[in-house]
Design a protein around this ligand. Structure first.
Ligand code: FAD
Length: 510
């Protein structure tokens, strides 16, 4: 007599069917389909390499993806990756190592990231970059480079492709398609994870919503790669009760679903308090809560790339900082203290034409056109009228402009010490561009240990459940700071680590 190796699984499915825990159609679906070794939830930055790496080892990987397409934030991200000790650095004579990268990250974030996860990320990072290179990744020829958008590394170790993060997506796509064709990756688009299925304390699968129906899938292990929550205003407000309303430029799919599902089974969520929003957001449609990093981004994150021709004023009409400040971290912290984390850039007409654009990539006529539409840039012939249009108290705005013009005339800014004093605000029309801090990423996330297992409130691993990517929170690998490339690279690397580890055939339990 031969024993059916799938019998325990079949018995389990029948049992939970009889208990009414899954539907009759689920029972049928499960008795007539093969089991999976691994479920990867989310086919984005972390999920794609995770599924590919598991499939490379012959595993059968089910990928459920709530969108009708794959790639996640790879379609949006600026694509900066960081790694120390890559082949590319060696070829360029750059002396670097994972150890140096680790210490640089911990220096920049002031030791606020998770040391075990930064260690793991920096160790794996050069392998990830070398792997992409072996797949034909189209490096921007000037990289690796030092980048000054935030506190820079001490060694050039930031890489990107010719088409931002789309280059990563395009590099992964042929491998992805190969394993979809071989049947090792089974992709279910438009399937949204709603719940994790648990048996005797172990995660045994997931429940997903598809076209109004609920379907359950089972596997030996589950990896959550569902991204952050920067497009979920309700969840954001819940975990950041003291912050102003959420403005987001993240993928609309970044709604924290993986975090919410894992919290329902006792997973630990941590470090939301380390959240930092980015400077430069412009709410194109007032009230929408959306900004767009690629369409309209004010050049305010450092004065290094664009010496200011404007002043910044807050809702009270007061200047609050030296617009010349080079350090993005200092700028972020000062601007985050302004009411509603918003401020206006006040400038006059000649300032539009003279030098680098105030909105990245925008031509002067686009700025003037937007000012005429009056949604996020207001225009007026007097400062008083500009104040009325923006709701800023007129006397304060007039005082701020007059004091600044005096500073330009005397080449001395006693209040803030600004040294770029080239452009008085005196020739109408005058303009006010409203800029907010905006969330590209979210810093809170599921607590994972150094094995990337999701842990519960007592730091005990939840068996069968792993996570990679922004679902573990940006703070895990970047702390309370923006460390260059320390989101994308760990997402790719942790995805690969889990794919390698969990991709081994484990049908014995099926
Ligand atoms: C504009 C911008 C610029 C950035 N620039 C950089 C940079 O230069 N360097 C850097 O390191 N980081 C950068 N980041 C951050 C980085 O790109 C992201 O943190 C990273 O790509 C997130 O990867 P992920 O795999 O966690 O999520 P994603 O790539 O978003 O993938 C998550 C996937 O899960 C799916 N999903 C979500 N919920 C469910 C569900 N319930 N069921 C099934 N599927 C689900 C989503 O549809 C998506 O496909 C940037 C982010 C933005 C928005």
């Amino acid at each position: 007599m031969t024993t059916d190796p799938h019998t325990p699984r079949r018995q389990f499915i029948r049992q939970i069917g009889m208990l009414g825990l899954i539907s009759v159609s689920d029972v049928h679906h499960w008795l007539t389909t093969e089991p999976y070794n691994l479920i990867v939830v989310g086919a984005g930055t972390a999920g794609m390499p995770c599924a590919i790496t598991a499939a490379e080892q012959g595993a059968k990987v089910l990928v459920i993806e709530k969108s009708n397409t794959i790639g996640g934030t790879l379609h949006l991200s600026a694509g900066h990756m960081s790694a120390g000790g890559t082949r590319r650095q060696k070829a360029m004579g750059i002396d670097d190592s994972p150890e140096k990268h680790y210490h640089d990250v911990m220096r920049i974030c002031n030791n606020t990231a998770d040391p075990d996860l930064v260690r793991l990320a920096t160790q794996e990072a050069p392998h990830t970059i070398d792997w992409l290179e072996s797949l034909g990744f189209p490096f921007d020829p000037t990289t690796p480079k030092l980048v000054f958008g935030h506190v820079p590394y001490q060694i050039p170790r930031t890489y990107w492709g010719t088409e931002a993060a789309r280059s990563i997506f395009q590099t992964l796509l042929p491998l992805w398609e190969k394993y979809v064709q071989s049947g090792n990756i089974i992709l279910r688009l438009s399937h949204q994870l709603t719940d994790l299925l648990v048996k005797k304390g172990k995660v045994v699968g997931v429940r997903a919503r598809h076209q109004g129906k609920t379907i359950s899938f089972f596997a030996d292990n589950t990896v959550l790669c569902t991204g952050g929550y920067a497009s979920n205003p309700e969840f954001f407000a819940k975990v950041h009760p003291t912050r102003p309303r959420l403005l987001s430029t993240a993928a609309p799919t970044s709604t924290g679903d993986g975090i919410i599902a894992a919290q329902k089974i006792g997973a630990q969520f941590r470090w939301a308090e380390k959240h930092i929003s980015s400077l430069g957001g412009v709410e194109l449609e007032p009230g929408s809560g959306r900004t767009d990093y690629w369409k309209a981004w004010a050049m305010v994150f450092t004065a290094k790339y664009r010496p200011p021709r404007e002043i910044y004023v807050n809702a009270q009409g007061k200047r609050f900082m030296n617009e010349d400040e080079l350090d993005p971290d200092i700028r972020e912290r000062i601007i985050a203290q302004q009411p509603s984390e918003k401020f206006w850039l006040i400038f006059d007409d000649p300032s539009i034409d003279d030098g680098e654009s105030i909105i990245r990539g925008w031509k002067p006529e686009q700025i003037r056109q937007a000012a005429q539409e009056g949604k996020f840039i207001q225009q007026a012939n007097t400062i008083g009228e500009l104040a009325a249009k923006t709701g800023i108290p007129a006397d304060e705005l007039q005082k701020s402009v007059a004091a600044y013009n005096q500073a330009v005339a005397t080449k001395n800014d006693p209040e803030f010490g600004r040294t770029t004093l080239t452009h008085p605000i005196k020739q109408p029309p005058f303009y006010a561009l409203l800029s907010y801090t905006s969330s590209l990423i979210t810093f809170g996330g599921l607590h994972v240990n150094a094995e990337l297992q999701v842990v519960d409130a007592r730091n005990k691993p939840i068996e069968g459940l792993y996570a990679a990517g922004e679902v573990i929170g940006a703070a895990a690998t970047s702390g309370n700071a923006f460390c260059g490339g320390m989101l994308l690279t760990p997402a790719l690397s942790f995805g690969r680590i889990l794919g390698r580890k969990l991709g081994k055939k484990q049908l014995k339990n099926s």
